[in-house]
Design a protein around this ligand. Structure first.
Ligand code: FMN
Length: 327
């Protein structure tokens, strides 16, 4: 399989880890790299936080793993000049391959301040932001939500404006901001945009099965952002890669519970080291609660994991389950 040239990046495949606040920290990115994703994103990072030298923000833009490439740093903000300044500072630190702008977040703490999906209401400001960031000489990706009749521009017109202003690639999450994460994503809206701007559009929204990936790619999207679907079932990545004909470790398509636990332990230990025990505990519990289903002892195992209150207990529970599954 040849690599893909998309939005100024050369990528091994069209399956990409979406930006997920509170989730796509370096250890999680490394985990999904091991499962085959061709591109990763940081969590969304506040441009103002970068400029103010906020400690937590500095950590978010530091990538300790040189193998986690290509990596997109996604930033958000309302003021084009401030976003540009934040982007300049982040670029100077290095470690990533493209800038992403968040015009998709509907959550009040971002939206109410004029950032994220709120930018769909201000096409002029959105255009200025893109044009300033485009001049930094870094590939520029914009992730956005579907516009509604109440917006000044349709989704396609807004996207045309961003591309003219210098965006290299667009990803449409086929929900409106008002939907937040509820209801269905409008797959047709994403495919219509991909047809309108061939090669320039990727898809986000409701990717839970290999068929969902194929629907977007067959419909003309350049790539697919994997989000809640792979938090429930991380092995969707290798299964979709296999279906698309990408060479990959086939044993990961349907791994044994023991192998799944091995991979989770590796993730958990990395998380504990990089983010601390509490983060590792919460995230691993989240994975286990969705992953281990459909075999004898699975629900007992999930319940046992859910009751663990510290990392050591969780680790022991996972290791203990391995020998149980083996016998
Ligand atoms: C916990 C969580 C955090 C998210 N954080 C971000 C983010 O930081 N930046 C962003 O552009 N989208 C973010 N999203 C949206 C996802 O990238 C994706 O567009 C959305 O979940 C739709 O895909 P899905 O229906 O397949 O989950 C987040 C979604 C979730 C569930």
């Amino acid at each position: 399989m040849t690599s893909l040239d998309v939005g100024g990046l050369t990528l091994e495949n069209p399956l990409w880890l979406a930006p997920l606040a509170g989730v796509t920290v370096p250890a999680v990115r490394a985990f999904f790299r091991r499962l085959g994703v061709g591109l990763t994103h940081t969590e969304m990072v506040s441009a103002a936080g970068i400029v103010m030298g906020n400690r937590k923000t500095q950590d978010m833009i530091t990538s300790p793993d040189g193998r986690d490439r290509p990596l997109i740093l996604q930033i958000f903000g309302d003021d084009p000049a401030l976003v540009e300044e934040g982007a300049r500072l982040a670029i100077a630190r290095g470690g990533f391959d493209a800038l992403g702008i968040n015009m998709a977040c509907p959550m009040p703490k971002v939206f109410r301040k004029g950032s994220g999906a709120k930018l769909l209401e201000s096409p002029k400001r959105a255009r200025e932001m893109v044009s300033r960031l485009g001049s930094l000489g870094f590939p520029l990706w914009v992730k956005l939500r579907k516009a509604t009749a109440a917006h000044p521009l349709s989704t396609a017109a807004f996207c045309g404006l961003l591309l003219e202003a210098g965006a290299d690639h667009l990803t449409l999450h086929g929900r409106t901001a008002a939907q937040r994460y509820e209801g269905h994503a409008d797959v047709e809206a994403v495919l219509a945009l991909a047809r309108a701007f061939p090669g320039k559009v990727s898809a986000s929204g409701d990717v839970y099965a290999v068929e969902d990936v194929l629907r977007y790619l067959d419909g003309g999207c350049a790539g697919v952002f994997l989000a809640r679907g792979i938090l429930r079932d991380p092995f969707l990545v290798p299964r979709a890669l296999a279906r698309l004909g990408y060479p990959f470790d086939g044993s990961l398509c349907a791994p044994s519970p023991e192998r799944e636990i091995d991979l989770l332990l590796e993730l958990g230990r990395d998380l504990k080291e990089q983010q601390g025990e509490r983060f590792a505990l919460v995230l691993l519990k989240r994975f286990v609660s969705c992953m281990f289903k459909g075999f004898s002892g699975a629900s007992v195992f999930r319940r046992a994991v859910a009751t663990e209150m510290n990392w050591k207990g969780l680790e022991e529970c996972l290791i203990g389950a391995q020998s149980l599954f083996r016998s």
